[in-house]
Design a protein around this ligand. Structure first.
Ligand code: NAD
Ligand code: WQD
Length: 380
């Protein structure tokens, strides 16, 4: 405990989503933040900026103690190495202990996962088991897990509810699915465990300050960061739209883009819901796994609204003022026509509310990219 804030460990906190989660946790006034990241796909600068953003949001009358509570305790470490995790739990044992963990760290590139599957299973599964083992030993059994809509594969129906069949189609997707299964089994083994998996749809945007945002290494594989980087002059060859012959209104794929700050706030909602026994009842119908007795639950985090590739291009053009060069090419292997969340369960049980719209998402993505054209490295 730091003051009356509960201490949360966030794995992978320096990354795109983790840094926004860290900020939401601090701004909520309820949590202090400890992090572990190996900076495989991120920069420590992000965490310095998160602390500054949180401190800047304090009223002028804030005390030094209030400011100190917003300093992130940053640990460089690799969660596939158990002792790196253990050192942190040991350190915090004498400081009031860690209340819960948000497990964000993972490798996440769908294509790459098929090329180096062992690395993906080691980093996403072995590392998750390491974390669970240490948590169990230190009796820290509150966990929020970063899952993905990718666990659904190609859905039979949209919008997708949590009870839809789980049939991931990539190695990456299977690491998320298997991690969820492991978490469910762990919850079934001991009623002290409380775990919520959050199945993210397509996160995009950035904190409105433009101080933190997505900074992928190399050419972005995802649509929105790619469009943002093109608008600052990178990749002049232009956008290749992967197929316009899908059974969708304009022929291009439809996705459920959710503002990353709404997604981040969803983690604060989930942490708040963890102690509530009633959300874990009637669990079988809501995870896609069937009946079980433990306190495990999965929720979709999406806006519940579909946007096509062409609509996203138009929205980013409006936000950035940049006219994209676009060419339609063949379909990308593994793409499905439409992925849209039914977010009602999270709204009802977690009090989740994806309030920011497409315009704010594109404005914030562009604000981040135009303020940091070379990402964190360019400004660190
Ligand atoms: P990211 O790569 O920006 O962040 C992941 C962070 O984890 C990075 O800072 C990386 O350095 C760290 N990390 C990876 N392996 C580690 C290890 N072994 N030890 C310590 N740190 C390690 O990715 P992101 O977009 O922020 O994604 C965060 C999580 O959300 C991931 O679990 C991902 O699977 C999930 N997710 C992401 C998306 C998306 O579109 N971005 C969608 C659904 C789910
Ligand atoms: C969106 C749309 C593309 C690039 C991925 C992962 C998923 C999850 C979120 C982690 C698609 C089209 C893209 C381009 C294009 N991540 N596109 N040209 O594929 O929905 O989801 O990120 O869990 O698991 O698969 O997101 O941003 O890659 O693509 O036409 O150069 O944009 O075909 O329809 P996707 P995306």
């Amino acid at each position: 405990m730091a003051g009356n804030r509960k201490t949360i460990l966030i794995t992978g906190a320096a990354g795109y989503i983790g840094s926004h989660i860290a900020l939401s946790c601090l701004l909520s006034g309820q949590y202090s933040v400890v992090t572990i990241d190996n900076y495989h796909n991120s920069f420590p600068t992000a965490l310095k900026r998160v602390t500054k953003l949180a401190q800047d949001a304090l009223p002028a009358s804030a005390s030094d103690e209030d400011k100190k509570a917003l300093e992130i305790a940053v640990h460089k470490g690799d969660i596939s190495i158990k002792s790196d995790i253990e050192n942190i739990f040991k350190e915090y044992e004498s400081k009031g202990g860690i209340w819960g963990v948000i497990h964000v760290a993972a490798l996440k590139a769908v294509g790459e996962s098929g090329e180096i599957p062992i690395k993906y299973y080691e980093n996403n599964i072995t590392a998750t088991i390491n974390l669970l083992e240490v948590m169990d030993r230190y009796k820290v059994r509150n966990l929020v897990y970063s899952s993905s809509a990718t666990v659904y594969g190609a859905p039979d129906n949209v919008p997708i509810s949590e009870s839809s069949p789980l049939r991931p189609e990539s190695c990456y997707g299977r690491t998320k699915f298997m991690s969820e299964l492991i978490l469910k089994d762990v919850c079934d083994s001991n009623p002290e465990w409380r775990v919520i998996s959050l199945r993210y749809f397509n996160p995009a945007g950035a904190h409105e300050s433009g101080e933190i945002g997505e900074d992928p290494r190399g050419r972005p594989g995802n649509l929105v960061p790619l469009l943002a980087q093109m608008a600052v002059g990178k990749f002049p060859e232009g956008l290749k739209i992967f197929g316009d012959d899908y059974p969708t209104p304009d022929g291009t794929c439809v996705r459920d883009y959710i503002h990353v700050m709404d997604l981040a706030d969803g983690h604060v909602d989930a942490l708040g819901a963890l102690p509530k026994d009633d959300i874990f009842k009637a669990q079988a119908a809501s995870t896609g796994f069937g009946a079980s007795g433990g306190k495990y639950k999965a929720y979709n985090l999406g806006k519940g609204k579909g946007m096509s590739v062409k609509q996203m291009v138009a929205a980013m053009e409006k936000a950035s003022g940049f006219k994209y060069k676009v060419e339609v090419v063949g379909r990308r292997t593994g793409d499905v026509p439409e992925l849209v969340a039914n977010p009602e369960l999270a709204e009802k049980e977690l009090n989740f509310n994806a309030k920011r719209d497409l315009e704010e998402m594109c404005r914030d993505q562009w604000n981040w990219q135009s303020k940091n054209p070379q990402g964190y490295e360019g400004t660190a």
